[in-house]
Design a protein around this ligand. Structure first.
Ligand code: HEM
Length: 413
């Protein structure tokens, strides 16, 4: 079956999307455009005119200004934000996939749905999830060791951790987890054909619908049950299914790529890796630095101006798409010294890897916990971890909204 270009590739030229010599640096076309100013006109490949924002302050200004809309129903031409997975999962399935896709909504609808979910991210649940993350990480390292001295870290470690964490969050039964993981993997797999992905997406949609019905009949102590039973007025099944899919799409591919690409980056920066191994207390700042330095959500955050807005002395006309170049905004030389250097000692400073404003990542604490635990267990349990192939043979996810590696062959012998 034929693969079609991703939404991003239909709108942006290759040099703005594909990373060049160093897989960790922003695509060369972005770097070159940054030189032309923090906000600049951008011709999209579909003929529309848009704007590219490469500065940190200008990005904050856009993302905190409600005149810039996230509504993909009213503005279908905008690029899809990073929840590309969930869009692929659901898009083909149902006529209108908008019931609970709050990431594509503006206030007041967005506010209501997001608040319901925030109410389910309780401290107690987050603690329980954190201890499960460690168990999952340890189990998967043990399985890798039991199978030999080499593995592809993506399917063996980076993908299963966020996938199983989402199972915990949604309260998927143990018996159903393999099926859930398998379908998610196909639905999110860039190398699968369109039809295969669409089919897996439909199956996943049906799976989540059944899960919602099960939680309605018999609530348990999980987030989905909380959403089903605590919302007043109650959410519809379509809304609940969408909201579960948002969590799945937003929390799976992102964290998986941070684990895969983050490990790759550390292995390619031996001095930084050594510093981190020598002082595990650096892990918190290292995770923030990796988020900033890698900025995996390449061009996925975008908005549409609902009225004329002046930004950095530039007039953005109503109806234009504004694309945030997160990899550049997170290396804004006005904010960081030597922004192109990975430095695990760098003092923590606010980056935009989780976005900003009302849509700022809802799962960021969880994502941080997954990265901290995932990386530290890997580094301590496999002290000789290294690449099993030359670095230039690691396949990069250049074509995807979420950058990362397709696979990461490693050895620990
Ligand atoms: C939104 C990044 C992990 C749930 C966002 C946004 C970014 C982002 C940039 C804002 C999108 C926009 O403004 O259009 C990331 C990164 C992650 C990560 C880099 C991993 C390293 C997670 C996890 C979850 C999650 C683990 C939950 C399980 C969400 C949700 C939204 C969101 C629900 C939508 C919030 C809203 O629209 O109000 N994320 N995310 N994310 N993220 Fe994450």
């Amino acid at each position: 079956t034929a693969k079609s270009p991703t939404a991003m590739r239909r709108l942006l030229s290759a040099d703005m999307v594909e990373r060049g010599g160093c897989p960790f640096d922003p695509p060369p076309g972005l770097r070159q455009r940054r030189g032309q100013g923090p906000v600049q006109p951008l011709k999209l490949l579909n003929g529309a005119s848009g704007w590219l924002v490469t500065g940190l302050d200008e990005t904050r200004a856009v993302l905190s200004d409600l005149r810039f809309s996230s509504d993909r129903v009213r503005h279908p031409d905008a690029t899809q934000p990073h929840q590309g997975g969930q869009t692929a999962v659901a898009a083909q399935a149902v006529e209108s996939r908008t019931d609970g896709m709050f990431v594509f909504m503006d206030p007041p609808e967005h506010t209501r749905l997001r608040r319901l979910l925030t109410g389910q991210f309780t401290v107690r649940r987050m603690r329980a999830l954190e201890s499960r993350i460690r168990e999952i990480a340890v189990e998967h390292i043990a399985a890798m060791q039991a199978a030999g001295t080499e593995a592809d870290l993506v399917p063996a470690y980076a993908l299963p951790i966020p996938s199983l964490v989402i199972c915990e969050m949604l309260g998927v039964d143990y018996a159903d987890r393999a099926e859930f993981q398998e379908r998610t993997a196909v639905a999110l797999n860039a190398n699968a054909g369109d039809q295969e992905r669409a089919h897996a997406g439909l199956e996943l949609y049906a799976f989540i619908q059944e899960l919602v019905a099960a939680k309605r009949a018999k609530p348990a102590d999980d987030m989905l049950s909380g959403l089903v039973h605590d919302a007043d007025p109650p959410l519809t099944d379509a809304q609940l299914t969408d909201m579960a899919l948002v969590l799945l799409g937003a929390g799976h591919e992102t964290t998986a790529n941070m684990l895969g690409l983050g490990t790759f980056a550390l292995l390619e920066h031996p001095d930084q890796l050594a510093a981190l191994r020598a002082d595990p207390a650096l892990m918190d700042t290292a995770v923030e630095e990796l988020l900033r330095y890698l900025s995996i959500i390449q061009m996925g955050v975008s908005r549409v101006a609902t009225e004329d807005v002046t930004l950095a002395d530039v007039k953005i006309e109503a109806g234009s798409t504004v694309i945030i170049a997160t990899p550049e905004a997170n290396r804004d030389p006005r904010h960081w010294s030597e922004p192109d250097r990975l430095d695990v000692h760098r003092p923590r400073s606010p980056h935009l890897a989780f976005g900003h404003g009302i849509h700022q990542c809802l799962g960021q604490q969880l994502a941080r916990a997954e990265m901290k635990v995932g990386l530290s267990e890997l580094l301590t349990r496999l002290p000789k971890l290294r690449l099993a192939v030359p670095a230039d043979q690691v396949p990069l996810r250049n074509e995807m909204l979420i950058f990362g590696v397709h696979s990461l062959p490693v050895t620990w012998a």
